[in-house]
Design a protein around this ligand. Structure first.
Ligand SMILES: Nc1ncnc2c1ncn2[C@@H]1O[C@H](COP(=O)(O)OP(=O)(O)OP(=O)(O)O)[C@@H](O)[C@H]1O
Ligand SMILES: [Mg+2]
Length: 387
């Protein structure tokens, strides 16, 4: 590779044997830089920047039509990039002819060839690459063992369950040893129970192989269960990137807070802003909101406070504190077994949902429909959202 500019070398051009360089290259195994995709008037992807680490299982999450598949298809080289670029292991994807692209994509509907056996389905790609017979047999065997489908090698797809077909499709992708595995809604054909079991199996298999994987899903539970990190997308843009825990506990926007899990949102204005806390006036509660972290922004600024249902406690007696509580009436109870979801209509008209454990309910003599109750939460329960 030539570099006449004298500028610092990119990940792909760093000399081998340099540990810092190797770390850098592993951090930025996949680099998506200012990527835009237009279909005529429609801008499906609007300037996405994202780095994925080597060996990582990364999920793209977002509602229908937000551009997830389009981004994945560009990574696979199945769709051209309108502007921006994509580097995989330091190589610019645009410079690589399709047969040299180090990716393999499993599609939203992972159609297997119905007339071929499981074994031939998995062998198909290797045959096209003219891999020698002995090696082909060995690789197909290993891939089928990996997904625990070895004993079904001679069956046809229609003789398999949905979960088994899904594992064959995965074997068909992995057998080609891609540097980057792309999965578009890998579980969409499975029903809920097999889906949950398959999620864990799939993570274990990918872990074993160590392949870097980008997965698309619109199912937030699936992304939370499977991914090391995830990106929340909305209308062609990435809204937030983080571990499932980071995005859940510290959403950076109303969109993230509502998309990942459910939450209670309170609107108000900042009346005191210190480095370690803020007070917020809100018409929705009889007291102020208090959050034990500072924010950046002027006094009076409108903000939204997100409080997760499991952070909200119910009481029968009025809370003593001067903040973070409200009085209301129980309007609905969803019994979920170990916990119940209480819908409480506050005096202001605001609806609040509290997730209360069965044990905690016993301690307050399980309130019922129409009962007057108080909701309250601690200073560390709320997150201030400014967008
Ligand atoms: N070939 C195409 N021509 C024109 N518009 C397209 C094309 N492919 C996708 N789009 C549009 O681009 C946007 C993003 O589509 P995309 O398939 O990436 O969504 P998605 O996030 O994968 O949604 P879903 O969850 O429903 O699969 C949509 O508005 C879609 O209609
Ligand atoms: Mg899609």
């Amino acid at each position: 590779m030539s570099d006449q500019s004298g500028a610092p070398a990119g990940a792909g051009t760093l000399p081998p044997g340099n540990p810092a360089a190797a770390d850098q290259a592993a951090e930025n195994f996949v680099q998506i830089v200012d990527v835009v995709k237009k279909f005529g008037e429609t801008v499906a992807v609007k300037g996405v920047n994202l780095s994925v680490k080597k060996g990582e299982l990364f999920a793209l999450l977002g509602s229908s039509g937000c551009g997830k598949s389009t981004l994945l298809r560009m990574l696979a080289g199945l769709e051209t990039v309108t502007s921006g670029k994509i580097l995989i292991d330091g190589d610019d994807l645009a410079q690589l002819p399709p047969y040299r692209r180090p990716t393999n994509m499993m599609f939203q509907s992972y159609a297997l060839f119905p007339h071929m056996t499981v074994e031939s389905n998995v062998a198909f790609g290797l045959k096209q690459e003219k891999v020698p017979k002995a090696e082909l047999r060995e690789r197909v065997h290993a891939a089928l063992e990996l997904v625990q489908m070895g004993r079904f090698a001679q069956r046809k797809p229609h003789q398999l369950s949905g979960g088994q077909q899904q594992r064959v499709a995965l074997a068909r992708s992995l057998v080609k040893r891609p540097k980057l595995l792309l999965l578009d809604e890998p579980m969409s054909a499975l029903d809920k129970q097999i889906r949950q079991r398959t999620q864990i199996e799939l993570v274990n298999i990918l872990d074993q192989v160590g392949v870097t994987c980008i997965m698309v899903t619109h199912d937030q539970e699936e992304a939370m269960t499977m991914a090391g990190r995830l990106a929340v997308m909305s209308e062609g843009e990435i809204v937030q990137i983080g571990t499932p825990n980071e995005v859940y506990e510290y959403p950076n926007s109303r969109f993230s807070a509502e998309f990942i899990g459910s939450t209670n949102l309170f609107d108000g204005n900042v009346v005191e802003d210190e480095p370690d806390h803020v007070y917020i006036d809100t018409p929705e509660l009889p007291v102020r909101l208090y959050v034990s972290h500072g924010i950046t922004g002027p006094l009076g600024m409108p903000v939204t406070i997100s409080v997760r249902p499991e952070r909200i406690a119910l009481t029968r007696k009025p809370p003593e504190g001067a903040f973070n509580w409200g009085k209301g009436v129980v309007t609905n109870i969803a019994y979920m077994g170990g916990y119940s979801l209480y819908h409480v209509k506050l005096d202001s008209g605001k609806m609040v949902v509290a997730n209360v454990s069965s044990l905690a309910l016993l301690e307050i003599e399980t309130p019922t429909w129409g009962d007057e109750v108080y909701v309250r939460w601690s200073a560390s329960a709320g997150v201030v959202l400014t967008s």
